[in-house]
Design a protein around this ligand. Structure first.
Ligand SMILES: *Cc1c(COP(=O)(O)O)cnc(C)c1O
Length: 394
């Protein structure tokens, strides 16, 4: 049996998979089983935030594995407390953190905090959460219902939990608020929805309005968090103070971890929420190593420099290939090119792979770029050389 046959025989086929078999990586370069190299502009959908085989991360993981990997949350876990402190300090917000294992789970935690807030902090119960069209919040039954894309709410999985509604724009949220609304859940840059950033002033105005109404602002930073948009959090970049923030993808550098943080530290009590694996030694230690690397890079100005460099490359592509791409979208190292059609988008992704470059698709015909935050100029140059070769044939 070939590997592809084995996958098709034994793994449930829930993904439209590419069968390139990557066996190792170094920085932002990947190698397949034949030894061929690829430039990685996808970083495992924004997960490998410090690239592949980063020695700070691999050393931390090996050292931790040799000591202790897991003990339950019924015991104190030293690196978990340290990681929570680190996240809170870097964010600049006075918050407490709960650790989970994925983005969807972090959002589940956020919704639970909001629901209990709505139950306990108002005269009459509030439970409704407003989200936005084109949003993406996860694949569990609840977070798929929170996702503002009708195609995700297939009758196969019904009935879904009540209390979610979707608005077309930030401006439309104001009128949608009623006496049962407890929270508004948004991404500041819609990732899956097409790398679409919202206007800073519109977000700040909404944040002020929600605060004045006593309604919670939940920011899903599963994709935008951990220096992806240039600051530690996109919320920092937008200069807002959300009530609840969720993190996941880039936080563990490839080790599964999710986090929900809130300034309402006393809403949840012992027994209200929990996780067997969340924040164990392995994932917390990995998170600490990732943040150590990225904080150093940010402080040196290298993060801002890479953003600018990557952005200029994309602007040059749009200028040279106006028949393929409408414009460049995104913030920081969360970037996209709006293709003129879905056929162009699809061909760009497939042809790039042929040329040895990994890029992603996103909504609204977007070719998405989520390189590791540590990507070098040499790798960016090489990646864009391959990208131009790929699109030259289109
Ligand atoms: C990826 C993503 C999620 C889901 O994360 P999982 O780890 O796949 O559960 C949720 N929200 C946003 C914004 C995401 O990009």
């Amino acid at each position: 049996m070939t590997l592809e046959e084995k996958d098709k025989e034994y793994v449930l086929q829930t993904y439209a998979r590419d069968y390139t078999n990557f066996v190792k990586g170094s920085g932002s370069t990947l190698y397949d089983e034949t030894g061929r190299d690829y430039i990685d502009f996808a970083s495992g959908i924004g997960v490998n935030s410090i690239g592949h085989a980063n020695p700070t991360l691999t050393d931390a993981i090996c050292e931790q594995a040799n000591a202790i990997l897991h003990i339950s949350n019924l015991q104190i876990i030293a690196p978990q407390a340290e990681l929570a402190e680190k996240i809170v300090t870097l964010s600049g917000y006075d918050m407490g953190v709960f650790f989970a294992n994925s983005g969807a789970e972090a959002n589940e935690g956020a919704i639970k905090i909001a629901r209990k807030y709505g139950e306990t902090q108002f005269e009459t119960k509030r439970y409704k959460v407003i989200t936005l069209e084109h949003s993406f919040h996860g694949r569990t039954i609840t977070t798929v219902k929170a996702t503002g894309q009708e195609s995700f709410h297939t009758p196969h999985f019904a009935p879904y939990p009540d209390g979610f509604s979707y608005e077309k724009s930030i401006e439309a949220v104001y009128d949608a608020i009623d006496e049962e609304t407890v929270a508004v859940l948004i991404e500041l840059v819609q990732g899956e929805g097409g790398v679409e950033p919202f206007d800073k002033e519109a977000i700040q105005q909404l944040a002020r309005h929600l605060k004045s109404e006593g309604i919670l602002l939940i920011v899903d930073e599963v994709q935008t968090g951990v220096y992806r948009t240039g600051e530690f959090l996109a919320s920092n970049l937008y200069e807002i103070e959300p009530d609840i923030i969720t993190l996941a993808k880039g936080l563990g550098g490839g080790v599964p971890i999710g986090a929900v943080m809130t300034r309402h530290k006393s809403i949840l009590h012992a027994g209200d929420h929990g996780s067997t694996f969340g924040g164990n030694y392995l994932s917390s230690r990995a998170g600490l190593a990732v943040l150590e690397v990225l904080q150093g890079l940010y402080d040196s100005g290298a993060v801002a420099e890479s953003h600018l460099y990557f952005e200029q490359k994309l602007q040059a592509i749009v200028a040279s290939y106006p028949h393929l791409f409408e414009r460049e979208v995104g913030l920081g190292l969360m970037r996209g090119l709006r293709a003129k059609s879905s056929a162009i988008q699809k061909a760009t992704v497939t042809q790039s792979m042929q040329e040895g470059l990994v890029v992603l698709k996103a909504g609204r015909n977007t070719v998405r770029f989520l390189p590791s935050i540590t990507i070098s100029k040499v790798e960016i140059d090489e990646g864009f050389m391959r990208f131009e070769k790929a699109i030259a044939t289109l």
